[in-house]
Write a protein of this length. Structure first.
Length: 139
């Protein structure tokens, strides 16, 4: 299926749309750092099961030339998640999520600038409207 990435993108969108509201409710009585630890522990357990099911081991990739990219990504992910969870603990979902969601526009710009992806009029308008939407929603 050539468009499998589209289906997976929709599944990710639906699943991730529920994250912030569920976190906000949970963090009424659970500190954000504990919430990060607990939610990511569940994620790691599920990933371990999936890798076991697929017969996949991370061991061969520990010395892969691209592993430093994964380490950097993991570090940035940890910083981003800790900040995101804390922001959700302290602020309204309706403001925090759109600001956090700007990563979509910034990632698109990085893809265009650093990964030589094509910039189309539609992409440029989408990035501009995404930034405008976040500004309007965060006021």
């Amino acid at each position: 299926m050539t468009n499998r990435y589209l289906l997976l993108s929709v599944i990710a969108f639906i699943a991730y749309s529920l994250v912030a509201p569920l976190l906000k409710v949970a963090m009424e009585s659970i500190p954000s750092t504990a919430a990060v630890f607990m939610s990511n522990s569940v994620m790691l357990a599920l990933l371990a099961l999936l890798m076991w099911y697929q017969g996949l081991s991370p061991r061969p990739y520990l010395s892969h030339p691209k592993t430093p990219h994964i380490v950097a990504w993991g570090t940035l992910l940890a910083v981003g998640l800790l900040a995101y969870y804390r922001a959700l603990e302290l602020g309204p979902v309706s403001v925090v999520v759109p600001i956090y969601g700007l990563f979509i526009a910034v990632s698109a710009v990085i893809g265009i600038a650093a990964l030589e992806e094509e910039l189309t009029v539609r992409n440029a308008l989408g990035i501009g409207f995404a930034v405008l939407a976040v500004v309007l929603m965060s006021l």
